[in-house]
Design a protein around this ligand. Structure first.
Ligand code: SDX
Length: 428
């Protein structure tokens, strides 16, 4: 393949350089397009064919169902690493030595306390507030308590901001749940691991010791790893574009949480459980819901199916499906919803509509079944997704700033009224 692309507009032919990535992905560099063609631009709703950046963090191949963080396969990381190791890898680019990981976690623990005035903000929310709205607000509020914006050119400043949010975010997540349950807001302990602290802060009852269950710890650790990054998805692109205006890290993360909340994105894990519940209540009539999903007149979509990039099985879904069987078995949980999910998957994988459109189960299809078995309420499922995605958002924001990417400002094609004269109100 030559290293240029030719574009013919009218009588003129233009040449643009090709960019090739380390996994042989090829892009047309159109930086010079508008200037060279006297104003012609491209248009690509949803950016289905448009790359926003060059990134060294995550590689995925949607056709082959491949996902790697910094070159390591998701299968190996889910089996051999723990979440904090993966967070370090995503953010700093290399797997940490034991000393580096111990120091990273000690620095995170130093920051795993939030200003007590945050409790006043939490108290102002109604108990029925959706946790994603609460979490997005609390994350933005961290800016108020940590006003100095990150000097990304200072490694020390950047590191401080990273350990701050890695320490404080799990506290905000746990307190968001506790507030809904009317339980006191408390902290974990320096004696516990990162995931152990999350479970303790979420589930410890005020009048009892909390007994950590290794099955729950391993299940949550694996789920957080599987959600940790996914290149330029909707919420990560939001974090990048907000950060590209040089808004702070916490403000950018708050925007990412809001984008993740949508049911077409991270909110799908909650929507999957609600859909499976509805099918179960409806006598397990999966055929009826398959029909609704294919009916263009019906806005219903099969939640947890399809993906913008994966046109094969989402590798994360395969790992989570296996884990769901193991965790429910180990916890001794019988959940008929799992059987509904497996029946629906079988049906969809044989259905021509789904086969033709390459619609496979995605990361959200089975994750909620594990969260539910762990006793996490359904409206907290997307919050757990955000907890996993945090290091990925941080890594992508940091890369965007360190590469000094320009402010994100897309163009448009105007299709409104041409120039017209103003008409006085008494003449309209
Ligand atoms: C996540 O981008 C990421 O990486 C996201 C994520 C991450 O880790 O950050 O992987 C996490 O968001 C996973 C996706 C969770 N969302 C859902 O499960 C919601 C249900 N899925 C769909 O809404 C949909 O599949 C999307 C939003 C995920 C992808 O939509 P696209 O790429 O814009 O595809 P499309 O809407 O153009 O659909 C193509 C065709 C259409 O039919 P036709 O017009 O060609 O006849 O497939 C159909 C769609 O109607 N279709 C579905 C469907 N998904 C697509 N039909 C029924 N049920 C579905 N779920």
């Amino acid at each position: 393949m030559s290293d240029i692309a030719k574009l013919q507009i009218g009588e003129k032919t233009y040449e643009f350089p090709l960019v090739k990535g380390t996994e042989n992905e090829t892009a047309i560099d159109i930086k010079a397009l508008r200037g060279a063609t006297d104003g012609v631009i491209t248009i690509d709703p949803g950016y289905k064919n448009t790359g926003s950046c060059q990134s060294a963090i995550t590689f995925l191949d949607g056709e082959k169902g491949i996902l790697r963080y910094r070159g390591y396969s998701i299968e190996e990381l889910a089996e051999k690493a723990d979440f904090l190791e993966v967070a370090y890898l995503l953010i700093f680019g290399e797997l940490p030595t034991k000393e580096q990981l111990d120091k990273f976690y000690a620095d995170i623990l130093d920051e795993a306390i939030v200003d007590d005035d945050i409790k006043k903000i939490i108290d102002a929310f109604p108990k029925n507030a959706h946790p994603m709205g609460v979490l997005s607000s609390l994350t933005s509020a961290l800016t108020a308590f940590n006003p100095s914006s990150v000097n990304v050119d200072s490694e020390e400043d950047m590191y401080k901001a990273i350990v701050k949010i890695m320490g404080k975010f799990p506290v905000l997540v746990a307190w968001t749940l506790r507030k809904k349950q009317g339980l006191p807001l408390h902290y974990g302990s320096r004696k516990l691991g990162y995931v152990e602290n999350i479970l303790t802060m979420m589930f410890q009852k005020p009048n009892d010791e909390y007994e950590l269950n290794p099955i729950m710890i391993n299940a949550l650790d694996k789920l957080l790893i599987l959600h940790a990054d996914h290149e330029q998805n909707c919420s990560t692109s939001t974090v990048r574009i907000v950060g590209s205006s040089h808004a702070g890290l916490f403000a950018s993360l708050s925007a990412g949480i809001s984008a993740l909340w949508g049911p077409l994105h991270g909110g799908a894990n909650q929507a999957v459980l609600e859909m499976l519940e509805a099918i179960k209540e409806d006598g397990g009539d999966t055929k009826k819901y398959m029909g609704k999903a294919k009916d263009k007149e019906d806005p219903f979509r099969l939640m947890g199916f399809g993906h913008r990039v994966y046109k094969n099985f989402d590798p994360r879904a395969k790992i989570i499906k296996k884990a769901a069987d193991e965790v429910l078995g180990d916890l001794g949980v019988e959940d008929p919803i799992l059987d509904v999910a497996k029946g629906l998957e079988r049906e969809a994988l044989e259905d021509q509509y789904f086969v033709d459109r390459k619609l496979y189960p995605n990361v959200d299809f089975y994750s909620g079944i594990i969260y539910r078995a762990m006793g996490i309420p359904v409206e907290m499922f997307t919050v757990m997704f955000a907890l996993g995605r945090l290091p990925g958002w941080i890594a992508q924001w940091r890369e965007m700033r360190l590469r000094k990417e320009p402010i994100g400002r897309p163009r448009q094609v105007y299709v409104g009224e041409n120039l017209r004269e103003f008409v006085e109100i008494d003449k309209r």
